[in-house]
Design a protein around this ligand. Structure first.
Ligand SMILES: [Zn+2]
Length: 476
């Protein structure tokens, strides 16, 4: 059974059984002639769960590729020896046999996950390669291999998500963020989804930093677990921030008799007022169902924290009636997403959601995950959206997060900086880290993809001492 990191919330209803396509054996093609490196790479790949085919030159590599593609990963040494049958333009000085092979494979399958190993270089920026290969990760130190593999696997899993899986993820994310109310602080379901993916890409086993993807669990399930823990974390941070603002306000007020711009925040926090506002919100939600007695009953039950069976027996509802009522609640509360590729602004930003409403929204988020493929497609149409379009939009949201990280890593790698893949920390305004070699700082935000920090100003002054040269690797 899968092991998940603990999250600070009462047990949730079980998820549907994994529809795993990711748990199958992963395959790699390794094109390497240096016997020491061959040994090291093969061992690393096997440790990561790959079955490995090997070729000692680019001709053999291309033959294996044509016979056995696709592979989860193709790892090619930049200086792999020449081959008669792969045509190499000797006048094109950017081409090596390694890049020629990579180019040939890319022409066969543009989305084939590949890594080029160029251990003789200090940084990826120094490695001459044709323009069409610029986005393919270049390995200049063996220690980077693991995070490159993780990214390739996550990208592959995201491309393999079906429309129903994407829709369940998105709707579930939307409900979770809705349940946060003001604690969402302007963030949307898309933000939550991207955050879950980024933490997976970063891959450390820590909720503050990353979240390791146990490949026995499919990516849909992994991301929903990650979203659960991230939204809890956002809630916790918000409460801490409000407590801080409130104490600040009280001191200010007592000593200086001033009115702070935080007045409203603070006054909204007096327990009695707060509860009244929350009650208003509950009434507002209930009022949407005043002509739907069964949905109203189910809502009352969920707001009172009752379980499904308790609600069914309390109001004498059958299984089908219950499911239909929950569906009407979902469709009414979330409605169609505002299509068009932009970020949908979370309309509940300013709302003071108390625990009952938050729990209700979380229950709805969970109920989405239990829907069959046909049911989520039908429900999306019923909410007024085109399921295929919605699903693809969600996929592009996920792609964007991956691209942001790829850009940051590519840029740092070109400059020779070494960032541990699990060395990213989530701060208030984005992720930040420091180069382990020179200590310079770098940060990026997911929303805009913007990068900052002195690490981007120039080449890493210390890159030499941290890079494992081919010679050193050969001595292992
Ligand atoms: Zn550096």
């Amino acid at each position: 059974m899968a092991h998940f990191l603990p999250y600070p919330e009462p047990p949730e209803p079980p998820l549907p059984p994994p529809r795993s396509i990711n748990a199958s054996r992963k395959s790699a093609l390794l094109v390497e002639n240096d016997s020491s490196l061959l040994h090291i790479f093969r061992r690393s790949l096997k440790d990561e769960g790959y079955t490995v085919r090997t070729a000692a030159n680019s001709k053999e590599g291309l033959r294996l590729y044509r016979d056995f593609a696709p592979f989860n990963l193709v790892l090619i040494d930049y200086f792999v020896p020449q081959s008669k049958e792969v045509e190499i333009d000797l006048l094109a000085e950017l081409q090596t046999n390694g890049t020629a092979l990579a180019t040939a494979i890319r022409e066969t399958n543009p989305s084939q996950g590949m890594v080029i190993a160029a251990l003789d270089y200090r940084n990826a920026g120094e490695v001459p390669r044709p323009r069409e290969l610029m986005h393919i990760p270049v390995l200049v130190a063996i220690r980077q291999l693991r995070s490159l593999l993780e990214k390739i696997e996550v990208d592959r899993a995201i491309e393999a998500l079906t429309p129903s899986e994407l829709l369940r993820l998105q709707r579930s994310a939307d409900f979770r963020v809705q349940g946060l109310g003001r604690a969402a602080r302007g963030r949307t379901g898309e933000d939550l989804l991207q955050e879950a993916e980024l933490r997976t890409l970063i891959g450390a086993e820590d909720t503050q930093k990353g979240r390791h993807w146990n490949k026995d669990v499919d990516i849909e399930r992994h991301l929903t677990e990650a979203m659960r823990s991230i939204s809890n974390c956002w809630k916790r941070q918000f409460k801490e921030m409000e407590a801080y603002l409130m104490s600040d306000f009280l001191i200010h007020d007592a000593e200086e008799q001033e009115h702070s711009p935080l007045d409203n925040v603070a006054s909204g926090h007096k327990a009695a007022d707060q509860r009244l506002i929350e009650k208003d919100e509950e009434e507002r939600v209930l009022s949407k169902f005043k002509d739907d007695p069964e949905a109203t009953q189910v809502l009352h039950g969920l707001l009172d924290g009752l379980k499904k069976n308790e609600i069914m027996s309390k109001y004498g509802l059958g299984e089908k009636q219950y499911a239909a009522a929950v569906k009407r609640i979902r469709v009414t509360l979330l409605g169609p997403r505002n299509g068009g590729g932009g970020k949908t602004k979370n309309m509940t930003d300013k709302r003071n959601y108390g625990d009952p409403l938050e729990k209700l929204m979380n229950q709805l988020a969970e109920s989405v995950l239990g829907l069959s493929d046909a049911a989520i497609l039908a429900e999306t149409s019923e909410a007024g959206a085109d399921p295929e379009q919605e699903a693809e939009r969600t996929r592009s949201v996920l792609r964007r997060a991956s691209e942001v990280l790829e850009n940051v890593n590519g840029r740092l790698s070109n400059l020779g900086h070494t960032i541990n893949s699990n060395g990213w920390y989530r701060g208030r305004s984005g992720y930040h880290s420091t180069c382990v070699a020179c200590g310079s700082f770098v940060s990026f935000t997911t929303a805009t993809g913007e990068m900052r920090g002195e690490a981007l100003d120039g080449l890493c002054p210390e890159s030499d001492q941290y890079t494992i040269r081919r010679l050193e690797a050969s001595r292992e």
